[in-house]
Design a protein. Structure first.
Ligand code: PLP
Length: 447
């Protein structure tokens, strides 16, 4: 099959360029004024190597919900990563890549009946639960499932706590659920937890692993073949973050509670770790409003950009994200001014940053947001008719030979990057005269 859609392909860059330069040339071509992403596939590969070296006993199962971009999934599948799916739709998406059903954990403790039936029909057996009714559903719809009991163990601080929704108490509830599963003739194979996404409390992993140990012992007593420990997600992913401390704590706790000779398979469900820093968003200022004092002093500038809360920046609401705006072009002066950033829709809720300080910017200027890969695009809507930014994927020419023959990636997935025209973007005649500030346009002002 020949892949022809720009967003289905990975563009191979000469090593003399890089993702940041590609972004810059697209923006500066002056032809495109819609927001867009650059996805650097090399970052995902680098993250995978980091994971393997820092958490060698833990097999990653990427949490698809975090960013279901097809090239991300194909790259991770090519690298041999497993998948955490939350629904029928995610199962279908991952299985359509040719990923074997036994590389998937259906990690949603509260699943609609039709989704359980669907998993059974596809041969996906591994799934989590945390309550009695789920056990009865599974008994009826998928009695051969391999069940993983999800316990609650919350980080003291995390970007998105999950414990109020999922996870049973390891001491007060899990033993009862395990006994019930036993009496229903169901099979429990392991224990999972999720300490909270964007965990800022690394020691919580040790606590959760020790709680899991107690339930493994109970499981063995009940006659279950307990062989899977699932550490969930919570691993940070921004370019400034590190998983070193979490990894040290996990490795030591595994050594203490699940040493290698126990032969327990350890998996985790990282989402943001793999994708957050691989995506950089470029947005364009399409309008601005200046607020002056009565004596004509500029007090504040409102910049309107072409992606907002209803698009990628939904992550401010749903993922408690704090965006960092970076003007694409270095300012000639060090002076910064009070400003706010607004999305393109007609809703006043569509405010990205209430108070910031940026150099003086003009219509047509670009603002870059790094670390925008986690919980952004899959949640975005086209409210008010504004499109979701296109994703242009690039990879360094030194990396692609190692990827091009790893299924599901094929030669056809790769195209050569020459210039923005490779992405079908324009012909380069700058629409916006270079070096000219919008203030300098002759009257009548076009905006
Ligand atoms: N696993 C489950 C069950 C989740 O609900 C989530 C996120 O909500 C993840 C994994 C991914 O978490 P993170 O992005 O923090 O790694």
């Amino acid at each position: 099959m020949k892949l022809t859609e720009v967003e289905d392909q990975i563009y191979v860059m000469k090593s003399s360029t890089n993702a940041a330069k590609v972004l810059q040339t697209i923006a500066e071509s002056g032809v495109k004024d819609e927001a867009f992403y650059i996805l650097d596939i090399g970052t995902i590969i680098h993250k995978h190597h980091e994971w393997l070296s820092k958490l060698p006993r833990v097999k990653p199962h990427y949490a698809v919900k975090c960013n279901d971009n097809i090239l991300v999934l194909e790259t991770l599948a090519a690298l041999g990563v497993g998948f955490d799916c939350a629904s029928k739709g995610e199962l279908n998406k991952v299985l359509s890549l040719g990923v074997a059903a036994d590389r998937i954990i259906f990690a949603n403790p509260a699943k609609p009946a039709s989704h359980i039936r669907h998993a059974a029909s596809l041969g996906v057996g591994l799934m989590t639960f945390d309550n009695e009714t789920e056990l009865h559903k599974v008994k009826e719809l998928h009695p051969d499932a391999k069940l993983v009991v999800r316990i609650r163990c919350d980080a003291a601080v995390s970007q998105c706590p999950l414990g109020m929704k999922f996870g049973c108490d390891a001491i007060l509830e899990a033993p009862h659920l395990m006994k019930l599963a036993n009496s229903l003739g169901l099979e429990i194979v392991g224990v999972s937890f999720h300490v909270g996404s964007g965990c800022q409390d690394p020691p919580v992993f040790r606590k959760a692993i020790s709680l899991a140990r107690g339930l493994f012992d109970l499981g063995f007593e009940l006659g279950f073949n307990m062989h899977l420990l699932d550490l969930g997600g919570g691993f940070p992913g921004d370019s400034s973050s590190s998983i070193d401390r979490i990894a040290d704590i996990i490795n030591l706790a595994l050594e203490d509670y699940f040493p290698p000779q126990t032969n327990i398979e350890i998996i985790a469900e990282p989402g943001r770790f793999y994708v957050a820093s691989a995506f950089t968003l470029a947005t364009n200022i399409h309008s601005k409003r200046e607020i002056y004092s009565t004596d004509k002093e500029l007090l504040h500038t409102m910049y309107y950009i072409n992606d907002g809360i209803y698009g990628s920046f939904n992550c401010i609401l749903f993922d408690h994200y704090t965006p960092t705006p970076i003007p694409l072009t270095d300012s000639k002066s060090d002076q910064v001014f009070s400003c706010s950033l607004w999305g393109p829709t007609c809703d006043a809720l569509d405010r990205i940053i209430e108070n910031s300080f940026l150099p003086k910017m003009n219509i047509g200027d670009w603002i870059i947001f790094p670390d925008m890969g986690a919980y952004t695009v899959p949640v975005a809507s086209t409210f008010n008719g504004f499109p979701i930014p296109k994703v242009y994927a690039v990879v360094d020419e030194k990396i692609w030979p190692a990827l091009k023959d790893c299924a599901p990636l094929t030669d056809d997935h790769f195209a050569v990057y020459h210039s923005p025209a490779s992405f079908g973007i324009g012909d380069y005649s700058p629409k916006w005269p270079k070096g000219m500030d919008s203030d300098e346009f002759e009257e009548p002002h076009p905006y």
